[in-house]
Design a protein around this ligand. Structure first.
Ligand SMILES: [Fe+2]
Length: 151
């Protein structure tokens, strides 16, 4: 029981902190209504793509393996959101695009962060590997981004 109380919550904390960091970068990138802070947006973009990779390549597969190969119930929905987010990161950023990204992230992140959210599900499934998973998440490499492409 002691071990549970110190370990449970670590994935949720780690990933939720990354969400908060990314939210702050996105807010900073659009703080001036007259221009986009391109440096802040670039840090947000690279960070969000890394975060998505951490979930798709590391966290969700680890949870599915722990569940005997059964994907998380929300895996498909989350993957679809990730695809939409990645697509919104392709064009040169505008305030309108950033608003769409923020709106999508608000519902998406809530599915992951809650008491019964996906991160908590992952911790319950892979309860004996939480520390190892957090270490691998923390060590996930930075993502190299492609230049923006406009239609
Ligand atoms: Fe996600």
């Amino acid at each position: 029981v002691w071990e549970d109380t110190v370990t449970m919550g670590k994935i949720r904390d780690h990933m939720s902190r990354d969400h908060a960091r990314l939210d702050a970068l996105l807010r900073r990138s659009v703080a001036d209504p007259a221009r986009i802070d391109r440096a802040a947006f670039q840090e947000f973009r690279a960070g969000l793509l890394r975060h998505i990779g951490m979930e798709e390549k590391l966290l969700f597969p680890a949870a599915a393996r722990a569940a005997g190969g059964t994907p998380l119930p929300l895996a498909e929905r989350l993957r679809a959101d990730h695809g939409r987010l990645a697509a919104l990161l392709v064009p040169t950023p505008t305030h309108a695009l950033a608003a769409q990204i923020a709106e999508l992230l608000a519902t998406h992140n809530a599915l992951e962060e809650g008491e019964e959210g996906v991160y908590a599900q992952c911790e319950r499934l892979a309860a004996d590997q939480i520390d190892e998973i957090v270490a691998r998440l923390a060590a996930a490499p930075a993502v190299r981004t492609a230049p923006h492409r406009d239609p």
